[in-house]
Design a binder for this molecule. Structure first.
Ligand code: AMP
Ligand code: GLY
Length: 412
């Protein structure tokens, strides 16, 4: 089979790496990919992720059997629909179904209608009403811009002044949709669920991301600064509850409302006193959750995608070892940062996945905020963590920073 991976980050790097191990997959292409993916895929960086016509033409010319779309933007912009219209198979939802990630309001309304546990919310469509609202609301309050924001459109305001500053940021104009949400207290986890219509198969291994930039969950929200799996202190009962009250009901709700979701639905959940509740849905694999989950996955990802397509049972198999991944990011991220800084010392044998590096004169230099995820495996989380930080230590660069407490929640 010939497979095309769309996207150029660490998630797509691990997807290509994992698919390359499948006996079902003969050739892998990546658009736009990145320079670290050339060991596992034919990389076509000359085609932009946003150039849907060129991607469809490429898939036709190369007789691609499956296109796997990694990032949210091409999904919410309808790349899957364009590929479907040429009878090309796609792992990743169509534009209508991808709204579950693309619009916070869409997701909230769907959850409200189908009684899926989540924070209470209020939709506010202009700046003045928002200012009025924060005079009476309870604190902390969570402000979420409606639309994609690369993990950075969420503000947690502890008081009126912070909420006012948040409003200034999220309403550049008088009109605009912001969801104001009740603040939930608890531990977060990420559950990937394979979904084909009402056939929903959650991974039986969850992961935990680290969204804040600095140690002890301090600093601004990012796309994710590290992840690990499994999460031993979040047990089978929570997983079962999440499946019963969130994963299967949301798949049914989408079908009931006429949406055809095919791909991976990312459930970002928080464990409250009332049980797990939804923080967010994504219409794709998490990044960096994909890097640790697919590293731990022993079974064949391509086979799982085919089985999902045919609504056949999926038999996930996981390594006994735990996996910890530490993100190295450009100093300054998620704010502004320099590019073009040299990074070396890493290998490309599956211990590192690259998000933001490109080759210049035969050396890798930074090209993005999140740069490279260093992974470690081990018999338990502590060993995996220690190995992950050994991998971090191999990296030579003055331009990067990272958290030192990835996976510590599992060891408290
Ligand atoms: P999101 O982009 O919706 O995942 O939000 C980013 C991060 O903000 C989440 O991972 C949470 O840590 C935090 N967050 C979002 N919504 C809430 C909420 N209702 N209560 C508490 N924390 C939240
Ligand atoms: N790691 C969080 C996300 O992919 O949205």
């Amino acid at each position: 089979m010939k497979v095309l991976v769309v996207g150029g980050g660490g998630r797509e790097h691990v997807l290509a790496h994992k698919l390359n191990q499948s006996p079902l997959v003969k050739e892998i292409f990546a658009i736009p990919g990145n320079d670290a993916m050339t060991a596992v895929a034919e990389v076509h960086s000359e085609i932009a992720e946003t150039n849907h016509e060129a991607i469809v033409a490429f898939a036709k010319d190369h007789q691609i059997n499956w296109v796997i779309i990694g990032p949210e933007q091409p999904l919410t912009e309808g790349l899957a629909d364009k590929l479907h219209s040429e009878d090309i198979k796609v792992f990743g939802p169509n534009q209508a179904a991808a709204q579950i990630e693309g619009s916070k309001l869409f997701a909230k309304q769907l959850m409200a209608k189908y009684d899926i546990p989540t924070a209470e919310y209020k939709e506010i469509t202009n700046k003045q009403s928002a200012i009025d609202y924060i005079q009476t609301c309870e604190y902390p309050v969570v402000l979420k811009k409606d639309g994609l924001a690369a993990g950075k459109g969420v503000i947690i305001a502890n008081n009126y002044d912070e909420a006012l500053a948040g409003i200034e940021e999220l309403y550049p104009e008088e009109e605009g949709i912001v969801v104001f949400e009740q603040f939930l207290e608890g531990e977060e986890f990420s559950l990937m669920t394979f979904v084909n219509g009402d056939y929903a198969v959650p991974f039986d291994c969850i992961a935990q991301d680290h969204k804040r930039a600095y140690d002890n969950d301090q600093g601004p929200n990012t796309g994710g600064m590290g992840a690990y799996c499994p999460v031993p202190h979040i047990g089978q009962d929570i997983l079962q509850q999440t499946n019963d009250t969130i994963a299967q009901p949301i798949a049914n709700a989408l079908v009931n409302e006429g949406y055809q979701f095919f791909g991976v639905l990312y459930i970002g959940a928080i464990i409250t006193a009332e049980g797990p509740k939804v923080i967010e849905f994504n219409a794709r694999f998490g990044d960096p959750e994909a890097q640790v989950l697919l590293t731990r996955m022993e079974s064949d990802l391509m086979q799982h995608i085919i089985d999902l397509d045919n609504k056949q049972p999926l038999h996930f198999k996981w390594k006994d070892d735990a996996v910890v991944g530490v993100m190295l990011a450009s100093k300054g991220y998620p704010g502004s940062y320099d590019k073009g800084e040299k990074v070396s010392g890493f290998n490309l044998d599956g211990s590192y996945f690259v998000s933001g590096l490109k080759k210049e004169d035969n050396a890798f230099v930074t090209s993005g905020g999140r740069v490279i995820l260093a992974l470690g495996e081990g018999v338990d989380i502590a060993t995996a963590k220690s190995n992950a930080y050994k991998a971090v230590d191999q990296i030579e660069s003055d331009a990067l920073f990272y958290r030192t407490d990835i996976s510590d929640k599992a060891m408290k």
